[in-house]
Design a protein around this ligand. Structure first.
Ligand SMILES: [Zn+2]
Ligand SMILES: [Zn+2]
Ligand SMILES: [Zn+2]
Length: 89
């Protein structure tokens, strides 16, 4: 991984992906989402910052799980909220 400043993304050796394409929190409250992200620390799949509820970003800050991967089919990248670092794989 090319990111110099982010040790979080570099520490990831196995990517966590889910087959189910839904935001766990939006499903609970009956809301909708735009894109999905999977937390690489605990594997929860949540909605992106373009979605009304920003669940992935809230989860990253509240749980101190900085790294998410896109859960969109065909997208292959990781993002670290803590360092604002982006990496394709
Ligand atoms: Zn980082
Ligand atoms: Zn959501
Ligand atoms: Zn997490």
């Amino acid at each position: 991984m090319p990111e110099q400043g982010c040790t979080h993304i570099r520490a990831i050796t196995t990517l966590t992906h889910r087959k189910r394409y839904e935001c766990d929190e939006c499903v609970k409250i009956g809301s909708e989402w735009v894109h999905l992200r999977t937390c690489q620390e605990c594997g929860v799949t949540l909605c992106c910052d373009s979605s009304p509820n920003h669940h992935a970003s809230k989860h990253a800050h509240q749980s101190a799980h900085p790294v998410i991967a896109s859960a969109q089919p065909g997208e292959r990248w990781l993002y670290c909220y803590s360092d604002d670092a982006f990496a394709e794989y």
